[in-house]
Design a protein around this ligand. Structure first.
Ligand SMILES: NC(=O)C[C@H](N)C(=O)O
Length: 328
């Protein structure tokens, strides 16, 4: 399953969309720390026609579902006239944007997100290499049909499973079961290997991205503080629960009394949510109370899926089916 990039007859066309993040950041002149300022330049791809766009320039903690929707619309507009799309993005919420695009985009060309962990004035800044890798992946003939990908440190990740695993390391991304591919360079020649076949996936077309979905984080001794308020305010809840999706006993009656969708994810970093335990608050009792297991999605990705399904007008039962059948 390895191949070298074959040069197409005409110059490949790449859309390069900048959204901010450390890859666009420098120390601010007022000495208050890093801020997004200048988007990175793509090095070493003289044969490629590049169209650049910058819909906004944000530190990624400022990203919202509305920005993700705006980005999806821009990619839909650029995709028909390009062979691949690269999005530069801050790493903090990169996995959320990647997954939102995964759920909403059905464009034919590859969409690759990348970022950097070090800024342009730091020793060993990782922006240029990540950007070049992302461009090679976006233009590679084996990349279409895989949904949006994340490329960092030479590893290629699926948007469903990728997650940020380190706050400072250059290899900041991982997630079970790991990369689906690898990009390296032999001199100037890209060497790309995929370790998995493209997977079918469902895409959604929400009428809006304004549903309010809140995440609650479980811990030993939680007696439901904050639950009632969140359940009243929100259109749906996600709980980062314990282990295979279990909660303290006090949460069971609260969930039993909630008609809105309550999705149970896990705060554990890998593995599915499974309704196996029958003690009060155990996963089996939560599902019996109407809660929806998040499969293997982490809480923040489960939140985006729920938000998108609510925006598409799905009922609680239909939402449950999407999660149950892994239709994402
Ligand atoms: N490495 C980074 O990009 C982190 C930055 N705080 C961001 O997400 O915008």
């Amino acid at each position: 399953m390895s191949s070298d990039a074959t040069p197409p007859a005409r110059a490949p066309r790449l859309a390069l969309i900048h959204t901010g993040g450390t890859i666009a950041s420098r120390p601010s002149p007022d000495g208050r720390g890093l801020t997004p300022q200048t988007p990175p330049t793509l090095p070493g791809l003289e044969q490629v026609q590049v169209t650049e766009a910058q819909p906004f320039s944000l530190p990624s903690p400022h990203m919202t579902p509305a920005h993700m929707g705006q980005l999806a619309a821009l990619i839909r507009e650029l995709a028909p006239t390009h062979d691949g799309v690269v999005v530069t993005h801050g790493t903090d919420t990169l996995e959320e944007t990647a997954f939102a695009l995964h759920l909403m985009l059905d464009v034919k060309v590859p969409v690759v997100l990348t970022g950097s962990m070090r800024h342009a004035e730091e020793i060993s800044w990782d922006g240029p290499a990540n950007l070049l890798d992302a461009a090679h992946v976006a233009l590679h003939p084996h990349s279409p049909g895989r949904g949006p990908l994340v490329v960092i440190g030479g590893d290629i990740f699926d948007a469903r499973t990728v997650t940020k695993i380190h706050t400072t390391a250059v290899d900041a991304f991982g997630g079970y079961p790991g990369p689906i591919g690898r990009i390296d360079r032999e001199g100037h020649t890209p060497r790309l290997h995929y370790f998995a076949m493209p997977e079918p996936r469902a895409t959604y077309h929400p009428a809006h991205l304004q549903a309010r979905v809140e995440i609650l984080y479980a811990y030993a001794g939680w007696t439901g503080e904050g639950y009632a308020e969140a359940a009243t305010r929100a259109d749906g809840l996600v709980i980062a629960a314990l282990g295979t999706g279990n909660l303290p006993a006090e949460l069971l009656p609260l969930i039993q009394g909630t008609a809105k969708p309550v999705v149970i994810a896990t705060r554990t970093h890998a593995g599915p949510v499974l309704p196996v335990y029958g003690y009060a608050g155990g996963g089996a009792t939560l599902v019996e109370a109407g809660a929806i297991p998040a499969s293997f999605l982490n809480a923040h990705k489960a939140r985006l899926l729920l938000l998108i399904l609510l925006g598409q007008g799905l009922t609680r039962e239909q939402i449950q089916t999407v999660f149950e059948r892994d239709e994402f």
